[in-house]
Ligand binder design. Sequence first.
Ligand code: UDX
Ligand code: ADP
Length: 480
Amino acid sequence: MVSTCIQNICCIGAGYVGGPTMAVIADRCPNIQVNVVDLNESRIKDWNNSDLSKLPIYEPGLDEVVERARGRNLHFSTNVKSAIENADMVFISVNTPTKSKGVGAGKASDLRWVEACAREVAKYSKKHTIVVEKSTLPVRTAEVIKSILSSAQKEDNKHDEPKTFEVLSNPEFLAEGTAIKDLENPDRILIGGENISAVEALAQIYGQWVPNENILRTNLWSSELSKLTANAFLAQRISSINSVSALCEVTGADVNEVAKAIGTDTRIGSKFLKSGPGFGGSCFKKDILNLTYLCRHFGLPEVAEYWENVVKLNDWQQERIARLVVQKLFGTLAGKKISLLGFAFKANTNDTRESPAIMIAKRLLEEGAELAIYDPKVEGYQIKSCLSDTTLNVNNANSNKYTVNNDGRWGSAEDIYSSLKGADAALILTEWEEFKNLNWSEIAPIMRQPAWIFDARAIANQEAIKAAGLNIWRVGDGSE
Ligand code: UDX
Ligand code: ADP
């Protein structure tokens, strides 16, 4: 099959998706020059840092891939114009957060950054360019990109090679924390598009390391919708198992046993059945809300409501955990120190977007708690920016040390032990490896008794906690 052979790629957006994806493409395709560009100068500076531990994104294995390819055929810069001018293929990997105001506020995706990229591509490209949507986008966004590009095409009459465009959808299925593994060994690659030669040009790139049968070709709209619905289905499993966790706690069942029992049914499968404080991350909530917006737009309110409940249940799980902490600590948190172990939305990432820890921390602060927050990869300034949003009456924090808020105080702790010292309770919110084998007999004496351990991820050694004389609550455990 005839397809354009790609020699130069530009990726707009050096974030959690663009950075790792391009690093792996460059690593696997040494003959293709890959230029990753971003408006954010400090982010680009961090990507170019010779100290690989300072890359802007923490992702296991990313440093090695960057080390192999950077400077050879992987380049990070802020020069958007020249990267587009030289590219045969441009990936759009910019942020698409939920709109905060205007039509569709709180549900629809804000496409201003995508639109800006399309305009930049339209302006700077000089030849035939394949534009690939990488960011998660609502269905039919390709239409927006196409219409911006086609107006540029009509105006163009000064280039030797005609300025033409093809738009493809190539949604990302990588999960943070396992991004490199997911990119190197994906379940599938999805490419949606109308023009066969453009689709095959992209398939050829992935074909360098992904078996052809795992590269699915669809039409544009199926590809866009598959991304949203894949995430909705995954999130639905988490809300389902979290609803069961509450039932287990009151009936004497154990959610881990239930998950194992249902997961061994091959029709159900064992993955994504881990009960916890609720799903976070940049995709699930955003994509479901997007899906519900689409459903309402197309006159399907019942379908919208069905999916909205997956998000509602997720909020409820977080609220339920916060309330439970208050209740176990005799109905008041005023003046009590609580150690929050974990702030990232899951282990092995420094990403805190939509992390359940944010809502739970705000609720505890509202109750007057003093929070000592420890996360091995999340910096204090990042926690500060998450908690400074005043939606729950929590005032802006001015330093990483204890900061007075309206109702409570928080600080980021240097290590686990200073977070636990003098604490009335510890609340495990992220499943970091280092929280799994804590020495509870050493910890118990430094906490204020009677002390509680709230294990919202069901990872800590329950027997050791009990043996140390500490009280324990574990998500989905009704055995007590
Ligand atoms: C997700 C999708 O998995 C990925 O395919 C898509 O491209 C982007 O969104 P990500 O958000 O990085 O990836 O992480 P994921 O591993 O899916 O976890 C999402 C949330 O669900 C986390 O907060 C995690 O802790 C939670 N989760 C996951 C559970 O609570 N239980 C589970 O069994 C699995
Ligand atoms: P994701 O998780 O989808 O990768 P991020 O927010 O981590 O999202 O990354 C998106 C990146 O895109 C940010 O670093 C942002 O600065 C960059 N960006 C947004 N709009 C543009 C633009 N028009 N040109 C270049 N970079 C952009």
